[in-house]
Design a protein around this ligand. Structure first.
Ligand SMILES: [Zn+2]
Ligand SMILES: [Zn+2]
Length: 74
């Protein structure tokens, strides 16, 4: 099945409709992780590792702050 967040597809192993995957499938697991390295949402780190084929890189905190600051100014 195809799951999207704000129009961006979420990838994962045996993904279900609520971003649960083969690694984490519980009532609490309802979030996907956006990876900076490929700008794709995955269910979890393991899904990224299996499907992306490269080291994971998340959004650096500094970049978050920079964007937040810009948003505040505009
Ligand atoms: Zn990646
Ligand atoms: Zn997973």
């Amino acid at each position: 099945m195809q799951l999207t967040i704000e129009g961006i597809p979420v990838r994962g192993l045996e993904i279900d409709g609520r971003t649960g995957c083969a690694h984490y499938r519980s009532e609490l697991d309802i979030i996907a992780v956006k990876f900076n390295c490929c700008r794709i949402y995955y269910c979890c780190f393991y899904c990224h590792e299996l499907e992306a084929g490269h080291a994971a890189r998340l959004w650096p905190a500094a970049e978050f702050e920079e964007k937040a600051a810009r948003a505040g100014l505009s």
